[in-house]
Design a protein around this ligand. Sequence first.
Ligand code: PBG
Ligand code: ZN
Length: 328
Amino acid sequence: MSYFPTTRMRRLRRTPDVRRLVAETRLDVSDFIYPLFVCPGSGVREEISAMPGNYHLSVDEVVKEAVEVYELGVPAIILFGIPEYKDAEGSSGWQAQGPVQRAIKVIKKEVPDLVVMTDVCLCDYTDHGHCGLIQGQEILNDPSLENLAKIALSHAEAGADFVCPSDMMDGRVGAIRRKLDEHSFTNVGIMAYSVKYASAMYGPFREAAQSAPSFGDRRSYQMDPANVREAIRETEQDLAEGADIVMVKPALAYLDVVKLIKEEFPVPVAAYNISGEYSMVKAAAAKGWIDERAVALEMLLSMRRAGADMILTYWAKDVARWLKEEQR
Ligand code: PBG
Ligand code: ZN
């Protein structure tokens, strides 16, 4: 190697086009998944206060959104449900006429090519807000699997392309894969929230999904932020049980984990740029303290650089527009 003054690093940073030429990583609209919150009723478009720019949308409104997302070039959405009612079993999660199930049907009719993913969990649908069934203060594992599988099946029956279990119960990917295959949905994929940490940054989302636990926390099922080797075991298990895509969540504070999972496993890796990561930027930008667009693009680029093949983000539509503006 030769050194300064023979080598001058700044030559490769001299003009925008030189920089573009040597860029190792870039953002592409093809790598984004846009989350949407579907609620009962019609004509509903209610902004989620902790997540500016995101809405509770009734089926008729969510369809409009899906069309817009697809026209912007974003290939996929992930649906979260706000049900009519909640009970101890989460039974509103698998009703054929539930908001998510109806939304999938209409979206698949109006925008058939848009990849429709669905979040599969119990917390949106249980009155106690936990991601599994409970007995007293305990979150039960095995009894939760059948209910999760029922939710996944109902999404597949409505036409979902991928179901995405986010509950962190052991064995749920296998239970869902078996249920789907028994009903001949062998082509419906599973994107597993394989490495999901018990993060304090889900706060804004819990307002959006109205899914905060009524007691305790999620630390007996979501991963401890202190651990990284455990992420390998979680991912191994989900892949052995039939996951097609694995996810690391949150993204920003866990880029080391994204990188590790990408290096260890030859499967597509998704990173979830979660609500707290989004809302912190929105809030600071609203105060004029930071530049939302520049910060968002830099954060998303860091996720790609760490190895994420795809990113779930509330900025997906904005990114599509920003990238178009940046094109020469
Ligand atoms: C529920 C679920 C959560 C998120 C996605 N699915 C929250 C939680 O586990 O409490 C978080 C998404 C976000 O914060 O953007 N299983
Ligand atoms: Zn949950």
